[in-house]
Design a protein around this ligand. Structure first.
Ligand SMILES: *Cc1c(COP(=O)(O)O)cnc(C)c1O
Length: 386
């Protein structure tokens, strides 16, 4: 289906709501039936019927259809955060005594889920270097049932070979799950490579306006139904119809926003790479990126996230650089309209905490929707401090 069809028309039945152009926010907890027989039929099919908003809600379901179509999967579920989408997928599928393979350095709360929560319930895990398909293969045990990928990953953008991972997993009956937040379905479609479940933080580009926290899980009907009947319904991890409506409004401009952010980030990454105060730049679509060939093979672009190493060993200098930025706002998250900065130095010297495994001169910026040249002026003036 064409991207324009998905973003503008799919799931929108105007004649069911007075011809209104914008879909309604169906703010209801429950749905009414005309007879016991009708009710009896419906409650046997909780996955497809409107009975209670913890299961199905018409506003949320328009969004679900669009998200499934974007990832070229049969079904999608929406969660109140990306972390919830990940946790519900893993906890709905894995059982006591089973083992999960996870890329090393996944998103921080994925790390906590895998290494702290799962072991409490008798599950095992291995963190492996996802850039090395051989290492993934060697980590497979007889009780491995899931493989967790994140490509590109959060701070330093390591990639996994999706086709290789999917075929390896299929050979061993392992279910693959990828965090596809970075590329979005615009630039990477994991289902085409045989990945089973695709997770997104809708908080980032999908909503795109820094005003809703949400998560997405896409996959075939059998797997999504399994998650629906396990984690989704029992943990009650739903979003409100109003949030679904906001996310849909965000999706109207999805293609424009992601393209703009990517193109500006590419411009800025090139300028950073040429700057004498910058040691090196990490951006998957730059030829200098260590896995650039793999990036070109499985992605057609990437998020407007650029990480770079400042030419300094001093923590104070990285701090000063960040404090000098006026147009890049210092904040977590990304994918909204506004450009952001996230220095690793901020995670150093916290009482009672180990320093992070990444060097203190590493800075990640997110390039939002502002003008790229205007943003560059800000980086340039701050780089003078190095
Ligand atoms: C932000 C983020 C998450 C977590 O999503 P929430 O909606 O904040 O729960 C997971 N993965 C990646 C790659 C992220 O950037």
């Amino acid at each position: 289906m064409h991207l324009s069809e998905i973003l503008t028309h799919l799931g929108e039945t105007h004649d069911q709501y007075f011809g209104a152009m914008a879909p309604p926010v169906i703010q209801t907890s429950n749905f009414v039936f005309n007879s016991v027989e009708e009710f009896r039929q419906a409650i046997q099919d909780e996955f497809d019927q409107h009975i209670y908003t913890r299961g199905n809600n018409p506003t949320v379901n328009i969004l679900r259809q669009k998200l499934a179509a974007l990832e070229e999967t049969e079904e999608a579920l929406v969660f109140p955060s990306g972390a919830a989408a990940t946790a519900m997928a893993v906890l709905s599928i894995m059982k006591q005594g089973e083992h999960i393979i996870c890329v090393e350095k996944p998103y921080s709360w994925t790390r906590v889920l895998v290494s702290e929560i799962l072991p409490r319930y008798g599950m095992e895990y291995s963190f492996v270097d996802g850039t090395n398909s051989e290492a993934i293969k060697n980590a497979i045990r007889p009780n491995t049932t899931m493989m967790y990928l994140e490509s590109p990953n959060t701070m330093t953008f390591e990639l996994q070979d999706l086709a290789a991972c999917a075929s390896l997993a299929k050979e061993h009956g392992i279910i693959t799950l990828i965090d596809n937040t970075n590329c979005t379905p615009l630039y990477q479609k994991p289902a085409r490579f045989g990945i089973d479940l695709i997770m997104h933080t809708g908080t980032k580009y999908i909503n795109g306006h820094s005003d809703v926290v949400c998560g997405v899980l896409c996959g075939n009907r059998a797997l999504i139904e399994k998650v629906f009947h396990a984690g989704y319904m029992t943990f009650g991890n739903i979003i409100s119809p109003h949030d679904a409506w906001l996310i849909m409004r965000g999706l109207r401009t999805f293609e424009l926003r992601v393209q703009r952010s990517y193109e500006s980030a590419m411009k800025i990454a090139q300028k950073l790479e040429a700057h004498p105060k910058v040691e090196s730049v990490l951006f998957p679509m730059l030829p200098s990126f260590p896995q650039h060939n793999l990036a070109k093979k499985q992605m057609t672009g990437c998020a407007g996230l650029v990480s770079f190493y400042l030419k300094t060993n001093e923590l104070k200098k990285a701090e000063e650089f960040t404090n000098l930025l006026k147009k890049f706002l210092l904040a977590v998250s990304w994918g909204g309209h506004e450009s952001l900065v996230m220095p690793i130095a901020a995670f150093y010297n916290m009482p009672g905490k180990e320093n992070p495994p990444l060097p203190s001169n590493l800075v990640r910026i997110y390039v939002g929707l502002e003008d790229a040249d205007w943003l560059w002026e800000d980086l340039e003036q701050a780089l003078h401090s190095i």
